[in-house]
Design a protein around this ligand. Structure first.
Ligand SMILES: O=C(O)CCC(=O)C(=O)O
Length: 273
């Protein structure tokens, strides 16, 4: 399938989403919207001045959920909506009404304390202890892990580290736990499948790039060794009511196919780093 406005991901990119669990969409939203959003975010960090690095005293500042126009427009461009249709399926997702959370990372020698490998859990977010939040093999509550670059991110600028193919390892660990799934604490106790051989990719790119990742992809933050603060958002795109990964039956979109492939007998032995 060729890339076009209606189908922004070509056939190779779609296969990469299925096997690697991550695909990069360039110019997913305008850089101008990213600049407008950064102005708002700077205003929400009192005492921190974009022109005065000496005011950047913490390695990370976490900002919440934003509903102003630049954020909602960035989340809902025609290219992104078409890519969601390609990966999840038309009618199976609901638009993002807010953008966040934003871990804003600053050049710093200090440990941010939040750079461990993990997946972003899909449900039970009401639990005060986030280690009790849960995920299941149906990816209930989260059809995609989305990384929106709101600033230019080079290799030194704390790009998120992605373990390619790890969504398949996590799917195999979640499958025996059925509907209830596992807590983040239980997945952490199993080491997030880090014993599997996997290669890594870095979520780099100019402002306006979006990484569309499988929701079970293992990823982590890292220290910032560059010069310019990194602005990244991880909005939650909801499933449409009643929707979740289809393990069998119905049309299998790339989101479903990635899990089905991982659970096929012999898939673990055939896993390639
Ligand atoms: O800051 C990053 O690069 C990723 C942060 C992250 O994965 C998280 O907050 O869940």
């Amino acid at each position: 399938m060729p890339a076009s406005p209606a189908f922004p991901l070509d056939a190779q990119q779609i296969e990469r989403f299925v096997t690697d669990g991550a695909v990069r969409l360039d110019q997913a939203f305008p850089a101008e919207l990213a600049a407008q959003a950064r102005d708002i975010l700077w205003r929400d960090m009192p005492g921190l001045d974009p022109q005065r690095p000496e005011t950047w005293t913490r390695p990370v500042v976490r900002l919440g959920h934003y509903t102003q126009a630049p954020f909602v427009q960035a989340a809902n461009t025609p290219a992104l909506r078409a890519a969601f249709d390609q990966l999840i399926g038309p009618g199976r997702w609901r638009p993002c009404g807010a953008m966040g959370s934003f871990p804003v990372r600053f050049p710093s020698g200090e440990d941010a304390g939040d750079t461990g490998w993990h997946i972003d859990p899909g449900f039970h977010h009401g639990e005060a202890d986030f280690m009790q939040w849960r995920s299941n093999v149906h990816c209930a509550g989260r059809p995609l892990l989305l990384l929106f670059l709101f600033s230019d991110v080079g290799e030194d600028d704390a790009p998120t580290r992605l373990r390619l193919g790890s969504h398949r390892d996590i799917a195999r660990r979640l499958a025996p736990a059925g509907e209830a799934g596992l807590t983040l604490a239980e997945l952490a106790a199993q080491g997030f499948a880090l014993d599997e051989p996997r290669t890594e990719a870095l979520a780099t790119g100019p402002a306006g790039t979006v990484y569309l990742c499988h929701p079970l992809l293992v990823h982590r933050a890292q220290a910032h060794h560059g010069r310019t603060p990194r602005f990244l958002a991880q909005p939650t795109l909801p499933f449409a009511p009643g929707e979740r990964v289809r393990l069998s039956g119905g049309a299998a979109f790339p989101l479903d196919r990635a899990v089905r492939d991982a659970l096929r007998p012999g898939a673990a032995q055939n896993a390639q780093p």
